[in-house]
Design a protein around this ligand. Structure first.
Ligand code: AMP
Ligand code: MG
Length: 480
């Protein structure tokens, strides 16, 4: 930890953006996990992460020089309804770490006690929720989808009351930025346009300094376009992975375009456009196939929140087209990769639509399908594809189109297989695996949690004796 260089750039912002807070330590803390891959991003040798000094720092017992804990205020559209103020009710920003290569990461403690924005809640995070976020964010990162990262997880002897008594945890998460769409919304909806402007300048300076080369009058529009493009790319990543976030309120979207705040998320098993992992979402607002348009709706809410900075204070129509264009482009790019198509062909979007319809019709497991498709037309292998579907005739029809399309490719079968197995995961964070890991952890056994971490970090590499973890819950194969 001594090699890390800390500071807190949020302190440059006026006082109305944040309040100073002190983390409330857990009793008898210990590391439930340390993530060597995230440590590597910080340039931190893992031996320094697993030390008593690091444990004390992240538990709030002994803050390091340069850290200055704060909680920030924001607002947000929650399930479509504007709510203000919200804020970091259970997240405390310690500061940021700057690497010698100039890359910076903010470090937040999630669950380190109450802040001025906790309302009546306790500022704590149950171990089960912390493990959900820890594994969810690392699973997305493993798939190459932008996400906040989990550096380490602390548990200890502190108990909290939920439906039942639960162990409290502190999730140490890192991100290039924790600035949410809701930070802009908070100031805009109070009519505080000066602070909207200050925030836009801060975001440009911190995250997108290349925009400083643009004429000053055009920067806010360019910033908005950048955020819209990155959000569309994020949503395309989710859709191609069969990931449903569950609560994409505007306060859960970052201006950097990372996945943030993992709650009732889910990775799809049998392909189902209506997949809804959040049982509290009565109106199905955030179900899988609604996500791309919700992403666009959220971008509109952000555009409104930044409209005081735009020429004529109006949101140009091209901004909304920009979202859809970027979304379609990135989605098709990812789906082509999943299908092993190196070339581009005008009918590819139709081929993808046909595939999704085929998967839905047949109730086909989304991730197993792509792994098996890599073996398509290899001796004896098509049988394994057909074993996945309830509608073999529909699958035959689609596979014929796929076979025809492959003729247009220059790559060999072996090359295609290799490419496909580098983008189609063998291991996804299936709900039943995650629930089992959480149940075991709540009983004090962290082994399943650690095993899932290892698998989802390297989701494309098939591991020996781990077939159980690659299959849907319904497959009758018991763990060894
Ligand atoms: P979320 O649903 O996790 O995105 O949280 C919505 C709002 O509630 C945010 O302002 C959170 O900081 C706050 N919040 C959620 N859980 C807690 C908690 N246990 N203590 C304090 N604030 C919380
Ligand atoms: Mg949130």
């Amino acid at each position: 930890m001594k090699t890390l260089s800390w500071n807190n750039p949020w302190l440059q912002l006026p006082d109305c953006f944040h309040q100073s807070v002190q983390p409330v330590p857990l009793d008898n803390p210990y590391f439930a996990h340390c993530n060597p891959y995230a440590a590597q991003l910080l340039g931190l040798p893992v031996e320094q992460l697993t030390t008593e000094t690091a444990l004390r720092c992240f538990n709030g017992n002994g803050l390091l020089p340069g850290t200055s804990p704060i909680a920030s205020v924001y607002a947000g559209h929650q399930f479509g309804i504007f709510t203000s103020p919200l804020g970091d009710g259970r997240a405390i920003l310690l500061g940021e770490v700057q690497r010698e290569n100039g890359i910076r990461y903010e470090i937040q403690l999630k669950g380190a006690g109450i802040t001025p924005y906790s309302r009546t809640l306790d500022g704590r995070c149950p171990l089960g929720s912390a493990i959900r976020e820890y594994l969810g964010s690392e699973a997305l990162a493993g798939l190459g989808i932008p996400s906040t990262r989990s550096l380490c997880l602390l548990a200890g002897g502190t108990e909290i009351r939920r439906e039942h008594i639960s162990t409290a945890a502190i999730l140490v998460r890192m991100a290039r930025s924790h600035i949410r769409f809701g930070h802009f919304e908070y100031f805009h909806h109070r009519g505080d346009f000066d602070n909207v402007k200050i925030l836009a300048g801060f975001v440009i300076e911190q995250l997108f300094p290349e925009l400083l080369n643009e004429p000053a009058a055009q920067r806010p529009m360019r910033l908005l376009e950048t955020i819209v493009e990155r959000s569309a790319r994020l949503l395309a990543g989710w859709q191609s992975a069969g990931f449903t976030h569950g609560v994409i309120n505007t306060d859960n979207m970052t201006v950097y375009g990372d996945t943030l705040d993992f709650g009732p998320f889910g990775f799809m098993e049998a392909y189902d456009p209506e997949f809804l992992p959040n049982p509290g979402d009565d109106l199905n607002r955030y179900q899988f196939d609604q996500q791309p348009e919700i992403g666009r709706w959220n971008c509109l809410a952000l555009a409104e929140a930044m409209s005081s900075l735009l020429p004529g204070r109006t949101i140009p129509a091209k901004l909304l087209r920009l979202y859809r264009q970027n979304y379609s482009r990135h989605f098709l790019l990812r789906m082509r990769q999943k299908l092993g198509l190196a070339a581009e062909h005008p009918d590819d979007a139709g081929l993808v639509d046909g595939l999704l319809e085929t998967l839905r019709n047949g109730g086909i497991d989304y991730s197993v399908f792509f792994r098996r498709l890599a073996e398509f037309d290899e001796p004896g292998k098509n049988r394994e594809l057909f074993a996945l579907t309830k509608e073999p005739a529909v699958l035959t029809g689609w596979l014929n189109s796929y076979r025809d399309r492959l003729i247009l490719e220059k790559t060999s079968g072996q090359e295609r297989r290799n490419l496909m197995n580098q983008v189609n995961p063998c291991y996804v964070l299936r709900g039943h695996l995650l629930n089992k890991a959480i149940n075991c952890a709540e009983q004090g056994d962290l082994r399943e949690f650690h095993r899932l971490f290892t698998l989802v970090q390297k989701p494309f590499e098939e591991q020996q004796d781990m077939a159980f973890y690659s299959l849907p819950q319904t497959e009758e194969l018991l763990p060894v």
